[in-house]
Write a protein that binds this ligand. Structure first.
Ligand code: FES
Ligand SMILES: [Fe+2]
Length: 354
């Protein structure tokens, strides 16, 4: 499974509601993770496997802001350091070989983001990929989120949301009603932002009224009928063939208190109907990555999808080069050996930036 080295949305905050008092298990990137809040309230994540004898730490407890294994009571802090081994006695040294792999997290936009890639020094992480069109919903909006899981990988889900031509077929009785089947699609890539729209959305100056935007690696936004409502999607990779989907509606606050929240909430069942229309079809596609799907014959309306695949391939190749030069020798937890697999190392515990 190829996962771009970047910040990824992995959850929304309501899924971590219990994390200050108990561990929360989460499977992402093909790994079992355990998340909890430390004594300062900061969200932490390590592998959900005890370095001692492999029990699940998520079956344990949060004690003094540390995660405690249920089997023999060993404890780890948020950096993955083993800080307590009860059977060795209170005077024993911190056992470095019992360190766990910790992951860098951020909380923003009511979402939880995880850095997937090589660890960096504290100040060297890039900004979260939430800018440009996403800034539109930062002020004055309320939101409601539908959470679903699809049995296809993240690339199939992204491509489905870059696809204008499926509207009058997959959604013929919902959002595709009246959408013309014969369309010309425009697309452009600007850094991490891929934008696309049908040509008939353009005004006389060639400016489209509601383009959709996909931001590498895993967020998507589109205005719905004007600037008062936006649809935002985050595609969290669970593993090669599963994706956690966060389908969020943003509604601009108006004069009537609570009305925007009510409208956002009302969108949820409608979004579920639309999501199910997509799900029943995309789950018939081969579920893994699509970069190697060279037997699929794309047409003009697939221009955004072609651009997406080309850019993913470019990033994979750029990422693979250091590996080929032999600069990295550590083991990997990822990869199924197919032609589009790029292995990304899970960093060893003592490599983590302090
Ligand atoms: S298996 Fe976790 S402390 Fe022994
Ligand atoms: Fe759709």
């Amino acid at each position: 499974m190829y996962i771009p080295e970047a910040w990824h949305v992995i959850a929304i905050r309501r899924e971590l509601r219990r994390a200050h008092r108990e561990p929360v298990a989460l499977r992402r990137f093909g790994l079992d993770l355990v998340l909890w809040r430390d004594a300062e309230g900061k969200l932490r994540a390590v592998l959900d496997r005890c370095p001692h004898r492999s029990a699940s730490l998520s079956a344990g407890a949060v004690k003094d802001g540390q995660i405690e294994c249920p089997f023999h009571g060993f404890r780890w802090d948020g950096e993955g350091n083993c800080v307590k081994v009860p059977c060795n006695g209170p005077e024993a040294q911190r056992p470095r070989h019992l360190a766990n792999t910790a992951f860098e997290l951020r909380e923003a936009h009511d979402m939880v983001w995880m850095w997937w890639g090589q660890p960096r020094a504290a100040g060297d992480y890039p900004e979260l990929p939430w800018s440009g069109p996403f800034a539109a919903v930062d002020e004055g909006y309320v939101h409601d989120t539908l959470v679903e899981t699809t049995q296809v990988g993240w690339m199939r889900n992204v491509e489905n949301q870059l696809d204008w031509a499926h509207l009058p077929f997959a959604h013929h009785n919902t959002i595709g009603t009246g959408f013309p089947p014969d369309i010309e699609v425009r697309a452009e890539l600007d850094g991490d932002l891929l934008s696309c729209w049908p040509a008939h959305y353009e005004d006389d100056e060639g400016v489209p009224h509601t383009p959709l935007h996909y931001m590498f690696p895993n967020t998507w936004i589109m205005a719905v009928g004007g600037p008062n409502n936006y649809s935002v999607i985050a595609f969290a990779p669970v593993d090669e063939t599963h994706t956690r989907m966060y389908l969020r509606t943003y509604v601009k606050r108006g004069r009537v208190p609570g009305l925007a929240a009510l409208i956002a909430r009302v969108f949820r069942p409608a979004n579920r109907v639309i999501f199910k229309q997509d799900q029943r079809i995309i789950e018939t596609q081969p579920p893994g990555g699509t970069v190697g799907a060279r037997d699929e014959k794309l047409v003009q309306a697939d221009l955004p999808i072609a651009l997406f695949r080309k850019e993913v391939r470019r990033r994979m190749e750029a990422h693979a080069k250091p590996e080929e030069s032999g600069s990295s020798s550590s083991s990997s937890s990822e990869g199924s050996g197919d032609s589009q697999t790029v292995q990304l190392r899970v960093p060893e515990p003592n490599e983590r930036a302090s």
